[in-house]
Design a protein around this ligand. Structure first.
Ligand code: FEO
Length: 171
């Protein structure tokens, strides 16, 4: 069994990861509606990854004999007034998730919960990659997004992203 505070935070993280999936599905839908199916695909794959993250937190809780408490997932409420808004918002969101994971890490560290620390290590690395991906996308959009041909090429590039299951596997 995990200490109550850590298991509580892990449970909250389940909700945050599912909310991330919701948010990215909303972003995906924005782009698809605008005819940018490549951007739409990129965010749809991102949403699938977020659901994987949620499932990993659930599995970890279950592997440690903890009850999983599912709470209401709020609807995304970001107003997308331009193609760059979802990109900037996704970076902000990833920074928020990184902070949240670091917070659980801090709590686990404080009580010498080394098992949880080891589990979270994968997420610490993953968040580094997620923030970098979001930053790269912002930069590419800044470079090419204002030119129709550039935007078309970028959309085509993003259409090629395919879903891959997480490298972290919990038995
Ligand atoms: Fe699951 Fe994008 O953090």
């Amino acid at each position: 069994m995990l200490k109550e505070k850590v298991s509580g935070l892990l449970n909250e993280q389940v909700n945050k990861e599912f909310y991330s999936a919701y948010l990215y599905l909303d972003m995906s839908d924005y782009y698809i509606e605008k005819g940018l199916n490549g951007f739409g695909n990129w965010f749809k794959v991102q949403a699938q990854e977020e659901m994987d993250h949620a499932m990993l937190f659930i599995q970890y809780l279950q592997n440690n004999g903890e009850k999983v408490t599912l709470s209401e997932i709020k609807a995304p409420d970001v107003d997308f007034t331009g193609h760059d808004i979802p990109l900037n918002e996704s970076l902000k969101h990833e920074q928020f998730v990184t902070e949240s994971i670091h917070n659980i890490y801090d709590e686990a560290f404080a009580i010498k919960d080394y098992r949880t620390i080891q589990f979270l290590d994968w997420f610490v690395k993953e968040q580094g990659e997620e923030e970098k991906n979001a930053e790269d996308l912002i930069l590419k959009y800044k470079l090419f997004g204002s030119d129709p041909k550039g935007l078309y090429m970028l959309d085509t590039e993003l259409a090629a992203r395919v879903y891959a299951p997480p490298t972290l596997v919990l038995d």
